[in-house]
Ligand binder design. Structure first.
Ligand code: NAP
Length: 287
């Protein structure tokens, strides 16, 4: 079978970029895979694992001959990385990303990208709370969905090739407007992460008053807070970049929490049971 790409460059060989490199190698998606990034240590790990053929710390030089460049850094870095490499890419090069926020990235990249380069915004909905190349694995994307956020400017053949890439990696590709993507993920991913971080910090404060309390943490605390072990820089960037959608949800969450508090204060058994039951029924419908 022919390779989908002759030369694929991946910027950022962490959980997502590393897993993509592994599956691209395994499924023979690209003939040559070049790793790009800021630290030699990470790139050496990927090279030793056989996931990339070569690497460079110089994004411009390393991406020069690529057919496709996948930016897999924290979202705050994506636009600058595209800006840095754009001048040295050959005409027809496809650039795509994996960022968890889409509107700002897509809008900004499209505002300066020359018409001979093609950008396709993408977000594979797969991940764990672990980060770095050490946490990457080829099966990460198996059975996951990958959201594409094309615009009027998106080049159709380029989007078709990026779709093929994610399908070969194991994903089902779905299309969505970037604005809708950011609204949805603010609710189902960004807010839960923010709340998990704040819950852990609340327990840290309690632990300071009552030492050893965390030794008694059971399934509930651990299930709820697993995602608070996620990478702080990745999440800092997401919270800043999608604040337009996250801030109203924080206000709403605060209101819901205040309501629950008032039912407890008033010992309003009917209301408290009703809201807990509403959550329980909804949660049980989700796998
Ligand atoms: P990660 O494991 O922390 O990997 C990030 C990679 O980006 C690392 O290799 C890091 O380099 C590199 N990097 C960071 N800053 C850089 C910079 N200024 N210049 C060049 N390289 C830089 O994070 P990840 O989980 O793979 O996330 C990467 C992207 O995927 C993010 O945009 C995130 O929103 C998105 N995403 C994440 C998940 C998830 O659950 N984790 C799911 C879907 C999408 P070093 O090796 O030197 O640290």
């Amino acid at each position: 079978m022919d390779f989908l790409f002759k030369r694929m460059a991946i910027v950022g060989l962490g959980l997502i970029g590393g897993s993509l490199a592994r599956i691209a190698r395994e499924k023979r998606i690209a003939e040559q895979i070049v790793g790009l990034g800021r630290s030699r240590e990470t790139l050496e790990l990927a090279l030793a694992a056989g996931s990339i053929d070569e690497y460079s710390l110089d994004l411009k030089q390393g991406s020069g001959n690529a057919d496709i460049v996948v930016i897999a850094t924290p979202v705050g870095v994506v636009v600058d990385a595209v800006r840095e490499i754009a001048g040295s890419l050959k005409p027809g090069t496809i650039i795509t990303d994996v960022g968890s926020v889409k509107k700002k990235i897509v809008e900004e990249v499209e505002s300066f990208l020359p018409s001979h380069l093609y950008f396709v915004g993408a977000h594979p909905i797969a991940g764990t709370e672990n980060s770095g190349f050490q946490a990457s694995f080829a099966q990460l994307f198996q059975g996951a969905r990958c959201v594409f956020t094309p615009t009027e400017r998106t080049n159709a053949p380029a989007a078709a090739k990026v779709k093929e890439l994610w399908e070969q990696a194991g994903c089902d590709v779905i299309l969505m407007e970037a604005e809708k993507h950011d609204r949805i993920f603010a609710a189902v991913s960004h807010l839960p992460h923010l709340i998990a971080y704040s819950l852990v910090n609340t327990v840290i404060d309690a632990e300071e008053k009552e030492g050893g309390l965390v030794n008694f943490s059971a399934g509930g605390f651990k299930d709820f807070t697993r995602i608070a072990a996620s990478h702080p820089v990745m999440w800092r960037d997401i919270f800043f970049m999608n604040k337009e959608n996250i801030l109203p949800l924080i206000d709403h969450f605060t209101k819901v929490l205040e309501e629950l508090k008032s039912y407890i204060v008033q010992e309003d058994s009917e209301q408290l049971t009703a809201v807990l039951d509403k959550s329980r029924r909804f949660r049980r419908k989700i796998n």
